[in-house]
Design a protein around this ligand. Structure first.
Ligand code: PLP
Length: 447
């Protein structure tokens, strides 16, 4: 085993539980340089917006586990639904069999979504739901006797980490730059937000439109690619251009769906712009179990509806429509329906806008922006990622910047005091960062 270190050479900090010491030698962690990264924080339990560590200390969670735990951790209504389901039917394959939770969930999602977005295909993760949307789009054209195999997506976009979703992420700014030339080459444009970018976008479609199966976009907010916002008019332009060229439009609502923007439950509802295919995940189960959905409009589904078995969608993840996950999602939808999550997201937005404002104008702070339950302080460059993470921890909050993007996407149920803790920490750490690194040039890139 020489030359093959299995431990983080930085060693384990004092007071770590044995299971961490033992397990870390065998775990491969997300987005992590295993050799140099500090050990992750060992969590004993979660509740509401609190993460309790094994040493008894608590952090106020400002990310809600990558935006999943919209109702806070361990919501009793979701817990009870999952427990009940566990006792009768935790899982059964959806190939040839059906269960009530998946059927109910599909019908509910179809009712909640606007227009004729009413055919739901389940899978386990966001990336896979986007892959399925892309496969659906290509086969839509094949079933109609046309071969369109390319996709158009946008700079600043993020749609997942699997092989094909990497190809529709921002190729320069994203995390997948080294796979350029390896993943399928797609068309990447700037979002048509103004006259210039619209002209470039239209020119690209005029030249290549006949090759494009679908345009993919995160509507209203490009999340993991940099928390950048755009308006409904941009989406209207996309819809009009797609209609003109007969191209399908895919909305990836994995980040913005379920009231995150404070504008409506879904971006398509808020903007009145309807996609042909839509993907959902994250808050779908309220942060309890993995589940995602690719929802097709009637027009898309109709292209598969045929006597010819070869026109069927040949896809079927083993755990698709897992009954525990669907039970969690049905309970999560109950909460979205019964409790005022949209109003909460709006109130969070007002609080964040006021609370983060003092960071605007600090040396090295490029922008402060807020939309509903999304608050962002964008730095002009990255000072020292490990320093930032450590400072947030010292402030008693769990925040994990993306490069130069300090952001919070808390549970929509977060209370005033905890929200204050987050905004105070964000402004304080941004101020410390500004004093220390704000006038220097870029020092380091990366997560
Ligand atoms: N699409 C968007 C908009 C996302 O924000 C994410 C994850 O952050 C994904 C796709 C990928 O989802 P997953 O990590 O569940 O594969």
């Amino acid at each position: 085993m020489t030359g093959s270190p299995t431990r983080n050479p930085a060693g384990m900090p004092e007071g770590m539980p044995d299971w961490m010491d033992e397990g870390l030698a065998h775990l491969w962690l997300p987005y992590t340089q295993m050799k140099t990264a500090p050990a992750p924080l060992p969590v004993a339990s979660t509740e509401g917006v609190r993460i309790r560590l094994t040493d008894g200390s608590e952090l106020v969670d400002g990310i809600a586990s990558w935006w999943t735990a919209a109702h806070g951790y361990r919501h009793p209504h979701i817990e009870a639904a999952v427990k009940r389901q566990l006792e009768t039917l935790p899982h059964v394959m959806l190939g040839g069999l059906m269960h009530e939770q998946a059927a109910t969930l599909a019908a509910r999602l179809a009712r909640m979504l606007p227009g004729d977005l009413d055919r739901v295909f389940f899978c386990e993760s966001g990336s896979v739901s986007v892959e399925i949307a892309m496969k659906m789009a290509v086969q839509y054209w094949l079933n109609k006797g046309e071969r369109r195999t390319r996709f158009l997506s946008f700079t600043g976009g993020y749609h997942g980490d699997t092989f094909v979703t990497m190809s529709v992420c921002d190729p320069e700014e994203g995390m997948h730059t080294m796979f350029r030339g390896v993943v399928p080459e797609q068309l990447i444009a700037d979002l048509p937000v103004d006259d210039d970018s619209t002209a470039r976008f239209e020119a690209l479609l005029a030249a290549k439109g006949h090759e494009i199966a679908a345009v993919l976009v995160e509507p209203l907010v490009q999340g993991a690619g940099g928390m950048r916002f755009h308006d409904a008019a941009t989406l209207q332009r996309l819809r009009a251009a797609c209609d003109r060229h007969g191209i399908l439009l895919v909305f990836d609502e994995i980040f913005v769906g379920f009231a995150r923007t404070g504008l409506a439950m879904f971006a398509c509802e808020a903007t009145g712009v309807l996609p042909d295919i839509l993907t959902l995940s994250k808050a779908l189960t309220g942060g309890t179990l993995p589940l995602a959905a690719t929802v097709a409009s009637k027009k898309v589904f109709d292209a598969f509806w045929d006597d010819d078995p070869l026109k069927a969608l040949m896809h079927g993840p083993t755990y698709m429509g897992n009954a525990l996950a669907c039970a969690a999602a049905n309970a999560s939808l109950d909460l979205f329906e019964q409790e005022a999550r949209l109003g909460q997201a709006q109130a969070i937005g007002r609080h964040l806008a006021a609370g983060l404002e003092p960071a605007r104008g600090l040396p090295g702070v490029r922008d402060v922006r807020v939309l509903g339950g999304i608050g962002v302080i964008e730095l002009s460059h990255l000072g020292d990622a490990a320093w930032l993470k450590q400072r947030f921890r010292e402030e008693g909050v769990w925040l994990r910047p993306f490069g130069n993007i300090l952001y919070t996407t808390p549970a929509l149920t977060i209370g005033e005091d905890d929200l204050n803790r987050l905004t105070t920490a964000l402004v304080k750490v941004a101020g410390d960062w500004s004093a220390r690194f704000g006038t220097h040039g870029p020092l380091e890139k990366g997560e």
